[in-house]
Write a protein of this length. Structure first.
Length: 195
């Protein structure tokens, strides 16, 4: 579980290490990442995926603090979704909303997932991780909320939060988050390897 890939079919050969060449034998894929600073920190999860699978075209629609409701109201985000050229659209909600505002999260998620499907792409939900600064946002709470939302909208979940928990249990010396929950470079890399 430590070495996970954004999409199992995309990165079936597993993760490479930073500074090594990714797997150029993987098929051409187009992935749009929708999120906020948890997605774009440390140059972004999108760039990790591109490094692992160089034939993957990645693009980012992410602004600090954005919720899915913010993205639905944002012309840039919705314009990117509606291009209709994506294979996958990875959706990351503000890291506390799935737990503290589940109904708002799922309402916005339903609308966004519908737009993604109309555009011909496969939606994937990015599960974030426990936040050191908010005891309500534990691995159990975030996992339960995002999995329930995934079931509700019939979308697969990218379990980055579970990968963080597994890594911290096995290798507690590897710091994956900053005190406010934002990922360290190691955390961004692990999130990009999640599937």
């Amino acid at each position: 579980m430590l070495c996970l890939a954004i999409v199992a079919t995309l990165l079936t050969s597993g993760c490479t290490f930073p500074g090594t060449t990714g797997n150029s034998d993987l098929p051409e894929t187009r992935v749009l990442f929708i999120g906020n600073s948890f997605t774009f920190y440390n140059l972004g999860i999108d760039q990790v995926v591109h490094g692992l699978a160089p034939r993957t075209t990645v693009e980012l629609a992410a602004q600090g603090g954005f919720t899915l409701q913010d993205h639905l109201a944002n012309a840039d985000t919705m314009g990117k979704v509606r291009q209709g050229t994506w294979t996958f659209v990875v959706i990351q909600e503000q890291s506390q909303y799935p737990v503290i505002a589940f109904n708002l999260y799922t309402s916005a998620l339903r609308k966004l997932v519908a737009e993604v499907r109309v555009a011909g792409a496969i939606p994937l939900l990015l599960m974030t991780w426990a936040r050191p600064d908010d005891p309500r946002i534990s691995t159990k709470s975030i996992s339960g909320a995002v999995r329930a939302a995934g079931t509700a909208v019939k979308a697969a979940v990218v379990p980055a939060g579970m990968a963080f928990a597994s890594s911290l249990e096995s290798h507690p010396g590897i710091v994956l988050t900053q005190p406010d929950g934002h990922p360290t470079p190691e955390g961004t890399y692990l999130a990009g390897c999640s599937h």
